[in-house]
Design a protein. Structure first.
Length: 257
């Protein structure tokens, strides 16, 4: 009888282990030898000229080996009658700092920023040309992202960065963003009153800036609530030169279902 109990316990343990491994599904992404550019959109639901830009970034084929798109919703249009639920003051501050780096000295919506510089006259051909030019640059940083779906429904996000050039380390700022796709808003006031707006790559949370250590590396684990598990969402890590705003490297990872 004791032997039978041991056998039952053994197979029960194997079953439990198998279930645990199933729940802890993992997915990952890492950069290659090329530089992946970051395309930022600064937008607002309170801006009547923004929906075409929102639509354009949504149509970009999200090939993670070519470009990393992110949409930052600013809050300075909230006063005209419609509060953008995705807007944050910190995103407006980021846009102002970016404008100062790029030499423009002012902000506007919609505004696209490609690798830290104002990207006017946005269209697919110009974007493709800019991507091709950027990918001629050898990577100056290695980035990795890993997610683990835990048994309790939460997600562990593991972000790593390593500078390949000591000169990069000195001014390197590391950021981690959580984005969400497929967001829809029925606007009931302001310049877009009565319109249904659709958004993708919307930055819901931005972490950083973090610095690299003396070994030219950065590593951090983030615990995300189980509400992220069933969303059309993902994470981005990017390294930015704090002295001039240039994007050194970027990487995106869609969350695994």
């Amino acid at each position: 009888m004791q032997v039978k109990r041991l056998i039952v316990c053994f197979f029960s343990s194997l079953l439990l282990l198998s279930q645990t491994q199933t729940f802890a599904a993992e997915c990952s992404a890492k950069t290659s030898s090329k530089t992946i550019p970051l395309l930022e959109l600064y937008t607002s639901e309170g801006c009547s000229s923004c929906p075409p830009a929102d639509k354009w970034i949504s149509k970009i084929q999200h090939n993670k080996s070519e470009v990393t798109p992110l949409a930052f919703h600013v809050d300075y249009w909230d006063y005209i009658g419609w509060k953008d639920q995705f807007s944050k003051a910190e995103y407006s501050d980021r846009q102002r700092k970016t404008a100062a780096f790029g030499g423009a000295g002012f902000v506007n919506t919609p505004q696209f920023v490609f690798n830290g510089r104002d990207f006017k006259g946005w269209d697919n051909s110009r974007l493709k040309s800019a991507i091709n030019q950027t990918q001629q640059l050898a990577s100056r940083a290695n980035l990795t992202l890993n997610t683990v779906n835990e048994a309790d429904g939460s997600i562990t996000l593991i972000a790593n960065a390593e500078s390949l050039n000591p000169k990069v380390t000195k001014n390197a700022d590391v950021f981690v963003a959580l984005y969400e796709n497929g967001l829809i808003t029925q606007v009931k006031a302001g310049e877009n009153n009565g319109r249904e707006l659709k958004h993708d790559y919307v930055v819901r949370q931005l972490f950083g800036a973090y610095q690299l250590n003396h070994q030219h590396q950065f590593s951090k684990n983030f615990t995300l609530a189980n509400t992220w598990k069933n969303k059309d969402a993902g994470a981005v890590i990017f390294v930015q030169d704090s002295s001039n705003g240039e994007i050194i490297q970027s990487l995106a990872l869609d969350f695994c279902s």
